[in-house]
Write a new protein. Structure first.
Length: 251
């Protein structure tokens, strides 16, 4: 038996990057996976790779900034796999091509970043907490960002959303700790995902050199931290923020 044998793990933003790395990490440890993302093609590939590791996988493609998508996806996943034991709120992104100074940011862009990087996690968590509370067990792990602590230029909206994740995590930890539920956050630094891969070599070098370790984080580094917090070894850890960023920001 592996450490997550038959546990049901729901992961948002599971198609690529950090979410994919987390999904494959849990698959290798025997978990049953509910994988959610808007990118159907990449999501299907992650599902195939997880299945090849022996995992039972159910996928739902959809826009998880929409409440009706969230509600139906979690209902469907519970019917297929059973109630969620571990929720990974990974969905989130910066404004990317629409990134700008806060003074010139469009209202639509600000709303989008808050929706995808904060509100989605709140609504997804509400879907799983009643069942976790009834069973007196559960893990909620949310992916934030060290930008929440550092306030990187051009990312005021993203920094606000991810700081919201930290506050949300602490609130959940305090309210539901008595029910045997833990809630923790992981803050990656710049990670080798599509966003970083699309940078110029000069910008990648700048990002790399911001960390004392002088390397860019890999999705697997985040996955290792998440799997630890989801495990029985972390049963007495809750309300905490773990930075996985090579020392780019200290906390």
């Amino acid at each position: 038996m592996t450490q997550f044998d038959k546990k049901v793990v729901a992961i948002t933003g599971a198609a690529q990057g950090i979410g994919r790395g987390i999904a494959l990490g849990f698959a290798a440890e025997g978990a049953r996976l509910a994988l959610f993302d808007i990118d159907g093609e990449a999501l299907a590939q992650t599902a195939r790779d997880a299945s090849a590791l022996g995992s039972d996988v159910h996928i739902v493609q959809g826009d998880f900034t929409r409440l009706e998508t969230i509600t139906s996806a979690f209902t469907e996943a519970a019917e297929v796999l059973g109630p969620v034991d571990i929720l990974i709120n990974n969905l989130g992104q910066t404004a990317r091509a629409d990134m700008s100074s806060f003074a010139t940011a469009r209202h639509e862009t600000l709303d989008f970043v808050l929706d995808i990087s904060l509100r989605a996690a709140i609504h997804c968590t509400r879907e799983v907490l009643p069942s976790m509370k009834a069973r007196k067990t559960g893990r909620v792990i949310s992916i934030a960002s060290d930008t929440a602590l550092n306030g990187d230029l051009g990312c005021v909206d993203y920094a606000a959303a991810k700081a919201g994740i930290l506050g949300f995590t602490r609130g959940i930890a305090r309210e539901f700790g008595r029910a045997g539920i833990t809630a923790n956050a992981v803050c990656p630094g710049p990670t080798n995902t599509r966003a970083v891969q699309r940078m110029t070599e000069e910008n990648r070098a700048k990002v790399r050199d911001e960390a004392p370790m002088k390397v860019i984080c890999e999705p697997e580094d985040i996955a290792h931290a998440v799997l630890f917090l989801a495990s029985d070894r972390a049963r007495y850890i809750t309300g905490q923020t773990l930075l996985v960023n090579g020392g780019r920001v200290f906390h």
